[in-house]
Design a protein around this ligand. Structure first.
Ligand code: SF4
Length: 461
């Protein structure tokens, strides 16, 4: 058992029985569900929109090499610079080099999951650079030295009382501070950070090939301020973020908003096509886009699982997943949690150590039903399971059990051999070991269905 597997088993068990954690999650997800139910009413035919998105994403995924080159050509034509990074180490080295050359000491940063993948903050702080998260949720995560809990709502596991208590501890606010009071306090504090920062780092919700631009969508306006106040802007994006045309945003932005937060459209939607031009008054004088692979091409090599590259990171599959609702985001031990995390993390981080995530699913298929990009998530989890068994990552005992079961269950004669007591004993010693202590292993009855059926119909024995 890998360390990741052991931690997952331990943390998932603890969280599943932590009733106050479950109550907070249930409350916060219920707010999402209400908003989502309302938001989806903007579509006359949501399924048609989802299918269109699936086709669109499928096309870019299949021609990623072409679109990436197109993006680079257009982006660099307007003075932007591209850095290609095959993994997290390369990305970090390149980013630190840029900052060292310019002797940067202060960075403001907007919410970005890829920077979590790279553990960027840790590396910047080790370099003595002050980095400030400017998304309210991420700011809270940062001051608590925590990790984001969800790809869209990083503090979904916190109640407003938890947040007030944290601000009392860190900044001396009243322990009864309302969400509005906390927000105003952070807003004032961040204004100074925005105006003083030398570099702004953002992610990119999408990379637009035909215009060489990045698309940012957010509700607080902090990403726009992070990129426009400082003299240099670094956008970091996975190569999977490519879309063919700016026209595609017409479909993608509302789908992302509705599935992410239940909004018709997110409050701030920005397209950035490079650094400040001569005729422009403001904006950064330098802009870099760091294009990161970090396991994405590995995922693309798998005929079925490559569909997961179409994900637009809306977080909807997490919110509807019965496993996520019980164990929460941190138990996964990965940046990406929930169904999409369980599909992609084993490919990003190594199937041998992380294949267990694909087994942590009821396979109910709710994730697939709600995914705006029409990704067949529950089937991809099965594909991962299949692959991990083929690679020999299941235990010898599990392999033996499955082999024996297959032999017996495909031969009626073998199934009818022995009495029920003996069969129940054999089952408890094999399947029973995987069954867990909290559910009862079904018992084999004295008379099988086959026998009962024959008796009912008076079939000859
Ligand atoms: S897999 Fe689908 S539902 Fe899940 S985050 Fe990605 S786009 Fe959203």
């Amino acid at each position: 058992m890998s360390a990741a597997q052991q931690n997952f088993a331990k943390d998932a068990l603890a969280k599943a029985f932590d009733l106050s954690h479950r109550a907070t999650i249930a409350h916060n997800i219920s707010l999402y569900e209400k908003a989502y139910a309302k938001g989806r009413l903007q579509y006359k035919n949501l399924d048609a929109a989802r299918k269109r998105l699936a086709v669109l994403r499928h096309k870019t995924t299949n021609e990623l090499d072409k679109f990436l080159v197109e993006f680079e050509a257009h982006f660099t034509a307007r003075g932007g610079k591209i850095i290609w990074a095959s993994d997290a180490n390369e990305a970090i080295t390149e980013i630190l080099n840029l900052l060292r050359k310019r002797q940067v000491r202060t960075v403001v940063k907007s919410k970005s999951m890829i920077t979590e993948e790279l553990e960027l903050n840790k590396h910047l702080e080790q370099e003595g650079i002050e980095v400030t998260e400017t998304d309210l949720g991420e700011f809270i995560v940062q001051i608590e030295n925590d990790k984001p809990y969800h790809i869209i709502t990083p503090i979904m596991h916190k109640s407003k009382e938890d947040v007030a208590a944290l601000f009392k501890e860190k900044y001396g606010l009243s322990g009864e501070a309302s969400p509005q009071e906390v927000t105003h306090f952070v807003r004032r504090l961040l204004r100074e950070k925005f105006t003083n920062a030398e570099v702004g780092i953002t992610g990119a919700n999408f990379l637009i090939a035909d215009i060489g631009g990045i698309a940012l969508t957010e509700n607080e306006g902090n990403a726009v301020m992070s990129m426009s106040f400082p003299r240099m802007h670094i956008a970091i994006a996975g190569i999977d973020k490519l879309i063919g045309s700016i026209k595609d945003l017409d479909l993608i932005w509302p789908l992302l908003a509705t599935h992410g937060t239940g909004q018709k459209i997110t409050a701030y939607n920005t397209v950035i096509t490079g650094p400040r031009q001569e005729y422009e008054k403001d904006g950064p004088s330098e802009m870099f886009v760091v294009l990161v692979d970090n396991g994405r091409t590995k995922l693309l090599k798998h005929k079925e699982q490559r569909r997961a590259v179409s994900c637009i990171r809306c977080g909807s599959c997490l919110n509807f997943c019965p496993v996520y609702k019980n164990i929460g985001g941190h138990a996964y031990g990965t940046v990406y949690s929930g169904p999409i995390g369980a599909v992609i993390s084993p490919h990003f981080l190594g199937l041998q150590s992380y294949h267990h995530l694909s087994f942590a699913s009821s396979l109910c298929g709710r994730c697939t039903e709600v995914c705006p990009a029409h990704i067949n998530l529950h089937e991809l989890l099965l594909r991962n399971r299949m692959l991990s068994v083929k690679k020999g990552y299941s235990s010898p005992f599990e392999r033996f059990t499955m082999y024996a079961l297959k032999k017996v269950m495909t031969k009626r004669k073998l199934m009818d051999m022995g009495n029920a007591g003996l069969k129940n004993f054999a089952l408890s010693k094999t399947i029973g070991r995987f069954w867990g202590p909290r559910r009862k292993l079904p018992r084999i009855q004295k008379k099988s269905f086959n026998k009962l059926w024959k008796e009912m119909r008076n079939f000859p024995k």
